[in-house]
Every structure is written in C-alpha cells, then in structure tokens.
Design a protein around this ligand. Structure first.
Ligand code: TRP
Length: 345
C-alpha cells in the first residue's frame, strides 16, 4: 500500500520557472511513489479579497499549469477545494476544538496581519494600543482561521505525509495538534500527519538580480521567465541576464548570477549542477547562456504545447473527476466524525 500524501496550492496567476521548481516539479515526482491528492485551494484564496471572474480564471489556469507540468490524473487526484464540501464542514468542527492561542502564534498570520499577539507589551504607549485595536478590527476572520481550514484539508484524507514549503510547517503542526485533540476527546479518528519539507537547495533567483528570489511582481519583466512567456522571449531573457565578473563557468557562492543560471539549467534538464558545470570546462559565459537559452525555449515550447492543448471543458472535467475521487474518501470520514460528535443521522 502506498502512503497517502495531500498538498494544496493557491490559485495565483502568472507562474514562472521558479514556481515550477517549487511545488510543481516536486508534486510531479511524488505522484510516482505516493497515493497523492493535490488540491487547488480556492477557499483559502478568498481569505484575501478576490474578484470572482479572476478567481474562476486563475483556478482553471493553475489546473492547466499543473496538468501541463506533468500531474497525471490517472496517478493522482487533482481537484478544486470548493468542489468537496466536506472541507468546509470539517473546518467548522475543528474550529470548536481550536483555541485563539493556537492561531495567534501562527507566523503567517502575524506576517499577513502585522499583529503580533505574543508581543503585545511592545505596543506600549496608548496611541500604539489604539492603532493596534484599529488594525485588529480590520483584519478578516478568515485570515485568522486559515490554518484550521488547512488542517481540515489534511485530516479528511488520513494523510500520512504533507509536502510543503518551510513556511507551512507550523500549519501542519496545528493539524497534528487538532488530530490528537479530536482523537483524545472523541476516540481514534484522524491520522496524525507528518510534514515533508521541500529541499530549498536550488531556489531560483531573479535574472536581473541573483540576490533576490525570482518574482512575478518584480519591477522589470527581465527578472523572471513566466511559464507562458513566448519561447523566443524566454531565450532573450536568458541572454540579457546579469552575469558575474570573470569568464570561467563555476558553481560557487561568490558567483551568484552564474550559480543561478546553472540552477535553472539543472532544473529544466534534470541534470545535477556539477555535471552541467563540468560540461562547460574550457568554455565561457556566452556558451553557457546560448545553451541555456535553447534549453529554456525548448522547455517553454513543450510546456505550452501541453497547456494550450487543454480546453476549459476538458480541464473542468478532469477537476470534477478528481473531486469525485476525493469526495469518496472525505464523505466516509465525515460520516464517522458526525457520529462521534453526536449529530443526529
Ligand atoms: N497554505 C498552503 C500554502 O499557502 C496551501 C495549502 C492549503 C495546503 N491547504 C493545504 C498545503 C494542505 C498542504 C496541505 O502554501
């Protein structure tokens, strides 16, 4: 029996090759050895204001991106969170087991809201306290409650392993706490999940500034290569990328721009960086850039070939089939939960 994994991704737009190197590529690899459920978390997305038309568009877009990257619906269930109502139902029940203190300590809430409850003393003076109260009153309850919905996502499926970035480990920790709390109070019901932190070995940095992460909101579009950039444009962006001083192709921290180009090469070609660096011994930066720009153009061509072959209807059909599979598991679990909670059946 394969171990069950569950992971989620927010439907955000304009993904770039840095995003491909993160969750996307990892999921494609994980589906080979795990019983995988992958969820596009539109219910989490609405914890900050969303334009309905944009949300619909982005949800479909991200589904196509993951399919284009190699998520195989025969191997894993790829689905949209709001299609499986059990997520919201379990989130409500888990709310009643969650304490305010479980949530005020969440780093992501502190970052997003700017409210550090652990450190109220530092707010000091009266004006500060007034300001604090104003900010607190303005922050949405959904943002505060975000980790409880995430716990519900995970616990519904007897998830053993949760692949996440390191910023999400604390949230998985809450899922573990709530599983234990529920089990202690109502009887053994939920599997206590483990998080599996993505290796951040090869973070992809900006092409115009290799000291900062590649970002779609960077000032210049020459910072990033979007997955839907024209292949020729991707090629151009590599040719224009900044390089370090010197001319020898080496992989070392003192050459951050070069290191980044080699990391991108390694990501797209699935070859270890050392092997790539070795193949450029005796050659220079220009050779590396030429070869990498070919690799980028080929990658974008392949990716977009898959992406544009998917119609909206076909994609929706795949999402619905994924949701059906997920719901079969989730609804069985909710039957047990309802009965343990004392709800009339
Ligand atoms: N909060 C996660 C993120 O922002 C996304 C997410 C939602 C998730 N539900 C999940 C991840 C369940 C893992 C498991 O990246």
């Amino acid at each position: 029996m394969k171990q069950r994994i569950f992971s989620g991704i927010q439907p955000s737009g304009n993904l770039h090759i840095g995003n491909y190197g993160g969750a996307m590529k990892q999921w494609v690899q994980l589906q080979e050895s795990f019983d995988a459920l992958f969820c596009i978390v539109d219910l989490h997305a609405i914890t900050v204001a969303q334009d309905p038309e944009m949300l619909r568009k982005r949800t479909l877009e991200i589904a196509k991106m993951y399919l284009a990257a190699g998520i195989d619906p025969k191997k894993s269930a790829l689905f949209v969170q709001s299609h499986v109502r059990e997520h919201t139902e379990l989130a409500w029940i888990l709310n009643t087991l969650t304490r305010n203190g479980d949530l005020t300590k969440m780093t992501q809430f502190k970052d997003k809201s700017g409210l550090d409850f652990e450190n109220i003393e530092s707010w000091g003076t009266k004006e500060n306290l007034q300001q604090w109260k104003k900010e607190f009153n303005a922050v949405g309850v959904g943002l505060f409650d975000y980790p409880v919905l995430m716990a519900a996502d995970i616990l519904l499926y007897d998830t053993a392993v949760v692949p996440v970035g390191d910023d999400q480990v604390q949230h998985v920790e809450l899922a573990r706490t709530l599983a234990r709390r529920f089990n202690a109070r109502f009887g053994e019901t939920f599997v206590v999940p483990e998080s599996k932190v993505r290796r951040e070995g090869a973070r992809i940095m900006g092409l115009d500034n290799p000291l900062k992460k590649m970002s779609k909101s960077a000032a210049s579009e020459f910072n990033f290569i979007a997955l839907l950039d024209e292949p020729e444009k991707g090629r151009k962006k590599i040719m224009k990328a900044v390089t370090d001083s010197g001319s020898e192709v080496v992989y070392e921290d003192e050459k951050p721009a070069l290191k980044n180009l080699l990391n991108i090469f390694s990501l797209l070609e699935d070859i270890p960086v050392d092997d790539i660096a070795r193949s450029f011994v005796g050659k220079g930066y220009a050779d590396l850039k030429r070869a990498l720009s070919d690799s980028v153009a080929n990658f974008l061509t392949r990716f977009q070939h898959n992406y544009f072959a998917l119609s909206d209807e076909e994609t929706l059909r795949v999402m619905k089939a994924g949701a059906d599979r997920a719901r079969t598991i989730a609804s069985e679990k909710m039957k047990i939960v309802r009965e343990r909670m004392g709800f009339l059946s």
